[in-house]
Write a protein that binds this ligand. Structure first.
Ligand code: HEC
Length: 131
């Protein structure tokens, strides 16, 4: 009985250990070369303006589209608040960040947003622009 118990516990532990190692390997594989960011899993994120969208604008857009600089640096487009961002035409904002033809590519004069941040914006619109 005791021997049996030990045997099954050890096989369970071994199974668990293997699973953990495999999970670790799988997670490692999803990183792209030299990219320290965790894997993009937008479908399982809660995308709100305050939690996700506003920080993207803070990091990438508001040095030109903040309220005090929008007139001089942002072509008059003020994206400093929920009302301003959510009230702006979706197709135009997404056109700019996706670098679609017919829209000025944004952020202006710097690299495109990460694919994950673009997906976050798309998801935010798809979910009805939650605050
Ligand atoms: C370096 C300054 C700068 C940054 C950073 C920047 N923009 Fe702009 N943006 C501008 C300027 C200037 C315009 C006016 C159009 C132009 O000059 O291309 C503009 C115009 C726009 C427009 C209106 C486009 C149109 O059709 O008129 C949108 C939407 C926009 N930006 C979104 C963004 C978003 C989203 C970000 C961040 C991901 C961003 N911008 C970052 C300077 C910037």
């Amino acid at each position: 009985m005791i021997q049996n118990f030990c045997f099954t516990s050890w096989t369970r532990l071994l199974g668990l250990g293997t699973a953990v190692v495999l999970l670790g390997l799988a997670a490692g594989c999803s990183y792209s070369h030299g990219d320290p960011a965790p894997a993009c899993d937008v479908a399982h994120e809660t995308i709100t303006y305050a939690g996700v969208i506003s920080p993207i604008f803070d990091a990438n857009c508001r040095r030109c589209h903040g309220s005090s600089v929008a007139a001089t640096l942002g072509g008059g487009n003020d994206f400093s608040s929920y009302a301003a961002v959510s009230g702006y035409p979706q197709s135009s904002l997404l056109g700019c960040v996706r670098h679609e033809n017919g829209y000025p590519p944004m952020p202006k004069n710097s690299g495109q947003l990460s694919a994950c941040d673009i997906q976050r914006l798309e998801a935010w619109y798809a979910q009805g622009k939650p605050q």
